[in-house]
Design a protein around this ligand. Structure first.
Ligand code: AMP
Length: 112
């Protein structure tokens, strides 16, 4: 199993700005925020990307989405974007499934 920076964050080997944690998911602020709110929600169980997470653990995928909504509620975001970059061509750089919760500014469509 690949050991990514998010696995190290999960084990508290490197610090992160955690906004929520339970037995299934961890939510923490992105170190390089692209919007006033930029929170990453990750499953504690290791899956390399969103596609693998959905196929191998659909209940945990649902828990990640539920937490993304909870982050948006907590941050009082009227509009927000949930992004799963899947594959290097789409900008994925960390091979532990995660979603970005982005909000607090206008978001253009289509994205770059
Ligand atoms: P992606 O490019 O979709 O794989 O997203 C990976 C995200 O992880 C990027 O937005 C990075 O800024 C973020 N990131 C990388 N290292 C850390 C870290 N130590 N703490 C918080 N966020 C990080």
């Amino acid at each position: 199993m690949e050991d990514t920076i998010f696995d190290k964050i999960l084990r508290k080997e490197i610090p992160s700005d955690i906004v929520y944690e339970d037995d299934v998911v961890l939510a923490f602020r992105d170190i390089n925020p692209q919007a006033p709110t930029h929170v990453l929600v990750i499953p504690k169980e290791h899956h390399p990307d969103a596609a693998a997470l959905a196929a191998e653990a659909p209940q945990i995928a649902a828990d990640v989405l539920r937490e993304a909504q909870a982050v948006a509620d907590e941050e009082k975001l009227e509009s927000y974007r949930i992004v799963f970059n899947t594959g290097s061509g789409a900008g994925q750089t960390v091979w532990h499934a995660h979603t970005h919760v982005l909000g607090g500014r206008g978001l253009e469509w289509p994205p770059g």
